[in-house]
Design a protein around this ligand. Structure first.
Ligand SMILES: Cc1cc2nc3c(=O)[nH]c(=O)nc-3n(C[C@H](O)[C@H](O)[C@H](O)COP(=O)(O)OP(=O)(O)OC[C@H]3O[C@@H](n4cnc5c(N)ncnc54)[C@H](O)[C@@H]3O)c2cc1C
Length: 463
């Protein structure tokens, strides 16, 4: 599905209605007694269980723990630690933010998504209205008509979909429409006729008694211990690639990262580095995003992993060059990876290329594997040689595209895919183990050969 198809369908449906005015009065719980049976929502799997100190009692009463329909506090949800995100919810904040965005008519009318920056913080470069839309604190129609009225006012200068603000809302609707067409298989590869089958590492386990045979279960097979390690390091922001780690740490602390940042980390986990299943990444986003929206999350993961919607699998994001394009000084990394805050901008995106003396002058110790006993103030070496992994992934994607299976194909379901991929020749190897050694200054910097220590210490391991 594409934006153009959605626009064509939209024209048949007719003009988007303007939002209706807000009610001037709402009855309180005393005036409107709740006299119907409460449908208790599913509480398993409880992805937050490990963070709870006490039981979640928010469902003990339909009107909430205090009977006042108020949003549950973190304490009522069973958490003992305060929220780390600075982003706050609620309609008043949503409407104020919307108003502020449209007060700057030039920003809103000429908004072009590809020109916004994934490294901008305080303030971010996009609207940050996604959590508000998700929780229903902001009407998408109100947002749309604000943007559309402005686009009409500045018709000649205004940006157009898909880059404009109305274009962003179209993407949202596109993923909702795609999900509506096929239902729950949209969130997985299995039984999804539009999603390419790619034999990623860490594939989902399928079907449990509770959720039925055709659904993924939230659990996965560890087909490669190395890929499992990469996945865990990615999740923690400990990959040894500072730009990826900064984004993953921002996601964990704040629950929101810029769209292009999401592209960077999703590409890195899937077709541009780890070759790990997009469903693993989508689950982590589901756990950490404050704007988690099932259709938008699954749809965008399929897009970025080139499983559906987008197919230019030979174009990968570099964890070094992509960030540098937006933030040459590395300020974003300095904020989120404080271990590297004093490192010269020349090395901040790739500290493993710095001289031993440069590292020690900046107080940087490259040490540890990012998982076990990472000592405070140390930062791990990169978990693989990115250039090598990129080539391996591109070759593997090319093979998967030429075989051309999709999620509803019998060969995918009965395991016959393995033979097809073996016959096509193995191109996806388990990866390279990178053993970092500090770069010693033995000659003047200018006479040291181009090849860095990373290239020299790469070891290929066949699966
Ligand atoms: C791997 C991945 C996972 C994602 N998961 C989610 C998710 O769970 N929930 C979610 O709302 N968005 C998701 N997105 C889309 C997008 O990144 C966010 O909507 C956007 O970054 C939110 O920030 P904003 O409100 O400042 O966006 P703006 O650029 O200001 O856009 C305005 C609104 O348009 C909508 N929008 C913009 N881009 C997209 C898009 N590509 N897909 C769908 N809607 C879009 C959002 O509702 C957003 O609030 C994901 C993107 C990627 C690459």
């Amino acid at each position: 599905m594409s934006i153009t198809q959605l626009q064509a369908a939209g024209r048949k449906v007719g003009e988007i209605p303007r939002p209706i005015p807000a009610p001037t009065y709402l009855p309180g719980p005393d005036e409107m007694p709740v006299d119907f049976e409460q449908d208790r929502p599913e509480t398993e799997p409880d992805l937050n269980a490990s963070y709870r100190a006490k039981a979640d009692n928010t469902y003990s009463n339909i009107a909430g723990p205090k009977g006042d329909f108020a949003i549950a506090t973190l304490e009522e949800l069973g958490f003992s630690v305060p929220a780390t995100t600075p982003h706050r919810g609620g309609e008043s904040i949503a409407l104020k933010r919307l108003e502020d965005i449209f007060l700057n008519e030039e920003y809103a009318a000429t908004f072009q998504k590809p020109n916004t920056s994934p490294t901008a913080f305080e303030p971010q470069s996009t609207t940050l209205l996604s959590p508000m839309l998700h929780f229903g604190a902001l009407s998408p129609r109100l947002f749309y008509w604000k943007a559309q009225d402005l686009a009409e006012k500045y018709f000649q200068w205004a940006s157009k979909p898909p880059e404009s603000l109305t274009g962003q809302l179209l993407f949202r609707d596109m993923f909702f429409a795609a999900q509506a067409a096929i239902g729950s298989p949209f969130a997985q590869t299995l039984d999804n006729a539009y999603c390419r089958f790619i034999p990623w590492h860490l594939p989902s386990k399928v079907g449990t008694k509770e959720i039925g045979d055709g659904a993924i279960s939230g659990e996965y097979h560890i087909d490669s211990p190395l890929a499992e390690t990469w996945f865990k390091r990615w999740k923690l922001g400990m990959t040894g690639f500072p730009f990826v780690d900064a984004l993953m740490r921002q996601l964990r602390a704040e629950g929101w990262i810029h769209h292009l940042g999401r592209h960077m980390v999703a590409c890195f986990l899937t077709r541009g580095g780890c070759y790990v299943h997009w469903e693993r990444g989508a689950e982590v986003f589901e756990e950490l995003l404050i704007d988690h929206e099932p259709a938008c999350n699954a749809g965008n993961w399929q897009w970025v992993s080139c499983s559906a919607f987008y197919s230019q699998h030979f174009r990968c994001y570099s964890p070094v060059a992509f960030g540098q394009r937006w933030d040459k000084e590395g300020e974003f990394i300095r904020k989120w990876v404080p271990e590297l805050k004093d490192l010269d901008k020349k090395f901040i995106y790739e500290p493993w290329t710095a001289w031993k003396t440069t590292l020690s002058e900046a107080g940087v110790k490259i040490e540890g594997d990012g998982l076990h006993g990472q000592i405070d103030g140390t930062y791990p070496a990169p978990m693989f040689n990115f250039k090598e992994r990129r080539s391996v992934c591109i070759a593997a994607m090319k093979r998967a595209y030429s075989i051309g299976l999709h999620g509803d194909d019998d060969k995918m379901k009965n395991g016959a895919w393995k033979k097809l991929f073996d016959e096509a020749g193995e191109t996806e190897m388990e990866g390279s183990i990178f053993r970092w050694k500090p770069r010693q200054l033995i000659r003047s910097q200018s006479t040291v050969p181009e090849e860095g220590p990373m290239d020299r210490y790469v070891k290929k391991v066949k699966r």
